[in-house]
Ligand binder design. Structure first.
Ligand code: ASP
Length: 584
């Protein structure tokens, strides 16, 4: 037997017991004839003690141990005279009588501690060492617990866990496919699923009501910060459901996971129309931990001679409570902040609502006290508040103001790390017009049901989708829809998306035929599992919650992947290496 206990297990109750532990050497300290070794495994750290007086040979052996050596130590549990209340095992130590080095280790390239001296690249190259660090371990553990809690909830609600294939034909989620050449079918390729969307719908046709899967999805997107080419979804589908059923079931799932991981009661999950979200927050995933909603000021701010506002499609303000005392410098800095290319505003108008009831603005030339008072009243600004106003093209200015609102929320400490607020965003538009392609694009995906009697629709651009997003603290953590389950409607949808009959038949004939053999009404949702874990772990980056992530250029630097393949493999796969193509 390698060990009787783990390194996180022994307590004062074990005093006097003979035990054997296995683990990694965290550190070795020599102290006046004694040697202390911190032995670590994923359960914790236990202190081993060696005494020069009682066993010099053993003590010398201990002094030679290097960091990260794998050892086995046998000894007796002893109550420490010098207890460490910060460690669960801090009341005891092991007086070692036998020590065995199971494997030596090179000195690791960075310290295996939460606070490490290793940079990002080095840690990723040696991810197996990085994963030993306690903080990374906590993230991976959190992920495990979240997966377990999700499964628990779904099992308890009669969901079936069913796997779907990875080598498939394209499933569109709006990204490029990763493709895999087929050796046995010359010149032909599989696609890796962007999601199991069509399979889960087929499972509904097959009668497997309530499906779920914690599943990898693959999307070959230009990598934006904190996107992974492969990521994990909790993918779910149900039959004979309406939107309301889905919302109830899956806010329950979120509530259960949040409670299991954080012991936090999520409370009521709010609901908001997409249009409202855009109007009040300028974004389809508002952070509703704080207010500071938009006030449209066109009617009070236009036609007073200020050209910039007069020519704007939208004049919109937010009220920053208690910020009337901002200095010139602070206001200039904020103005520069909105003018950065990432935000792209041309300028920022402010109105200080002074404590004495007067107003001071950056546009005093054009607006009198009564005008500014009208703005303040409209925006609900009180004495001591600061009104920040942007103007321009509606879509652009909403986006800019949305960013400014988040920034102000952050600066004012309103986006509290220990507060969680979830929100359903409902009634997204079904389609958006693609100027370049001269056709419609689906806002969600082409299997989403229009929220209208489709046979009588005249203007498809006005139609809402029966789709919903679940937003947590300003992050989209899940999205789904009620689906199309009729062949003719699905055909119509593909036609709107610019596919002719032949193309839609070629790509999705299997799904449309399935719809002809008794497809029930159905709908579903998928949670972005990596993101959910990161939010619950209070961190920004999903990479820290994936055991073996790719870097921002989609590379695994530990494996050095992607990489060229052998000549024989190219031949077998009937494809040519890039340099060979170049030679031809
Ligand atoms: N397949 C969708 C996605 O990956 C989710 C869904 O509609 O269920 O975003």
């Amino acid at each position: 037997m390698y060990r009787t206990h783990t390194c996180g297990e022994l307590r004062i109750e074990n005093n006097g017991q003979a035990v054997t532990l296995g683990g990694w050497v965290q550190r070795v300290r020599e102290l006046g004839g004694m040697t202390f070794v911190d032995l670590r495994d994923r359960y914790g750290i236990t202190q081993l003690v060696f005494n020069m007086d009682t066993d010099a040979e053993l003590c010398e052996q201990a002094n030679k141990l290097g960091r990260e050596f794998v050892i086995q130590a046998t000894g007796t549990v002893n109550e420490r005279s010098n207890k460490n209340p910060k460690m669960p095992t801090g009341d005891v130590e092991i007086i070692v009588n036998n020590l065995k080095v199971l494997n030596k280790a090179k000195t690791p390239p960075f310290t295996i501690e939460s606070d490490t001296d290793g940079g990002d690249d080095l840690r990723m190259r040696y991810r197996y060492l990085d994963l030993r660090r306690p903080n990374v371990q906590q993230n991976i553990l959190l992920r495990h617990k979240a997966a377990r809690a999700a499964r628990e909830y779904l099992y308890n609600n009669s969901f079936l866990e069913i796997e779907t294939p990875f080598l498939i034909k394209s499933t569109p989620e709006g990204a490029r496919d990763f493709v895999v050449p087929s050796r046995m079918n010359e010149g032909q390729f599989y696609a890796l699923p962007q999601s199991p969307q069509t399979f889960k719908q087929l499972l509904m046709v097959s009668g497997y009501d309530k499906y779920f899967q914690i599943v990898r999805c693959f999307r070959d997107e230009d990598l934006r910060a904190d996107r992974q080419p492969e990521f994990t979804q909790i993918d779910c589908e149900m039959s004979f459901v309406e939107q309301e059923d889905i919302l109830n079931m899956f806010e329950g799932l979120l509530r259960h996971v949040v409670d299991s991981i954080l012991g936090y009661d999520l409370g009521k999950v709010e609901r908001m129309q997409y249009d409202t979200a855009m109007r009040l927050y300028g974004i389809d995933k508002p952070d509703i931990r704080f207010g500071m909603t938009f006030t449209e000021l066109n009617d009070v701010a236009q036609n007073k001679g200020f050209k910039i506002f007069d020519s704007a499609e939208l004049v919109v303000g937010i009220c920053a409570e208690g910020c009337a005392s901002y200095t010139r410098k602070q206001l200039d800095e904020l103005t520069n902040w909105v003018k950065r290319p990432q935000i792209g505003a041309k300028g920022l108008v402010y109105v200080k609502c002074n404590e004495d009831g007067s107003f001071k603005s950056s546009v005093d030339k054009f607006y009198g006290q009564d005008d500014l008072k009208a703005w303040a009243e409209k925006a609900g600004a009180k004495a001591g508040d600061l009104l920040l106003v942007l103007s321009g093209d509606t879509a652009k200015v909403r986006k800019q103001m949305g960013e400014l609102r988040l920034e102000m929320g952050k600066r004012l400490g309103l986006r509290k790390a220990d507060e969680f607020k979830a929100l359903w965003v409902l009634d997204f538009p079904l389609l958006e017009w693609d100027e370049d392609g001269n056709r419609w694009n689906p806002c969600h995906h082409p299997f989403t049901r229009p929220k209208a009697d489709w046979e009588t629709i005249e203007n498809w651009g006005d139609i809402k989708a029966d789709a919903y997003d679940l937003v947590l603290n300003g992050n989209e953590i899940a999205g789904g829809s009620i689906r199309i389950h009729e062949r003719d409607l699905q055909e119509k949808m593909f036609e709107l998306l610019g596919m002719d009959k032949e193309e839609s038949e070629h790509k999705f004939g299997f799904l449309m035929s399935a719809f002809e053999y008794g497809a029930p009404p159905h709908g579903g949702i998928a949670f972005g599992f990596d993101r959910l874990c990161a939010i619950l772990g209070g961190q920004e980056s999903i990479r820290d919650f994936i055991a073996f992530p790719k870097n921002n250029s989609g590379r695994d630097t530990m494996l050095d992947a992607p990489s060229p393949i052998d000549d024989e493999q190219y031949e077998e796969l009937h494809i040519q290496a890039v340099e060979k193509v170049a030679e031809v």
